[in-house]
Design a protein. Structure first.
Length: 258
């Protein structure tokens, strides 16, 4: 276990873990001053490319964005999402994980699924690939409308089993997405690795959100998203002022000319 991951996991039961997404150097170098982990999420598919599903995101796209993010991340743990159909079996998962780490110099990979991918997780960890798990709503496999998880006893039991399977097979932490509060609390209390919530209550060891969402750059209206800024308004104002300066021949002045 490398030092960054050890520092990350040691926060369990000590201090809340803060994670955010980044898809470029400019955003990464800002959030790197405030978070414990930066995730290059395949959420970039919808945020940047307007895809209707993360399944359309390619490994090549993920690698290019992670290379950019790497230039802005100096202290935080850097994690890359392995996209859909890049870890269907142990050999494919290892090949693509190694490619991601070698090409981007990231610290870990994130893959979706619980018990069904436990052998893949075990294989990666055995080959010194740090793995962040992800259960609950798993966008790469969900069909239809996203629905919170953990309402029924059967679902509750399966989620707990999934979390434990990831822990037992070497995942250093697990993302809990849109899981009911009581189930998130049980999972967090029953496993020794950190839980990172996204729409999964304050009981998790940490929280992750999409940076563009908290900055007000997207129009998504999801229950768990809190907007901390309205950058759309700021950008609109700046563009409007630039337009006025150009139209009124106030820009460029001598100061901005060669």
């Amino acid at each position: 276990m490398n030092n960054k991951i050890k520092k990350f996991t040691n926060k369990k039961n000590k201090s809340k873990i803060v994670c955010l997404t980044a898809y470029s150097k400019n955003i990464a170098e800002i959030i790197d001053n405030h978070v414990d982990a930066v995730l290059v999420g395949d959420s970039l598919g919808s945020v940047l490319y307007n895809y209707n599903t993360t399944r359309k995101v390619s490994l090549k796209t993920m690698l290019e964005h992670t290379k950019s993010v790497r230039m802005g991340v100096k202290k935080s743990l850097l994690i890359i999402d392995l996209p859909h159909n890049t870890y269907r079996n142990k050999s494919e998962a290892l090949r693509n994980s190694k490619k991601a780490i070698v090409e981007t110099k990231c610290d870990a990979v994130k893959i979706e699924g619980g018990s069904r991918i436990k052998e893949i997780v075990h294989h990666l960890v055995k080959n010194k690939i740090p793995v962040l798990g992800h259960i609950g709503i798993t966008p790469q496999t969900v069909k239809g409308k996203f629905k919170s998880k953990g309402k029924s006893e059967v679902e509750k039991k399966r989620l707990i089993q999934d979390a434990k399977a990831l822990e037992q097979n070497g995942a250093f932490a697990v993302v809990l997405e849109c899981i009911h509060s009581d189930v998130s609390k049980i999972i967090t209390n029953e496993i020794k690795i950190p839980t990172i919530g996204i729409g999964a209550s304050r009981f998790c060891d940490g929280q992750v959100l999409v940076t563009d969402d908290i900055l007000g750059l997207t129009d998504v209206k999801i229950k768990f998203i809190k907007k901390y800024a309205n950058l759309k308004k700021v950008i609109n104002s700046a563009v409007s002022k630039f337009k006025q300066d150009v139209k009124q021949k106030k820009y460029p002045t001598k100061k901005y000319s060669y």
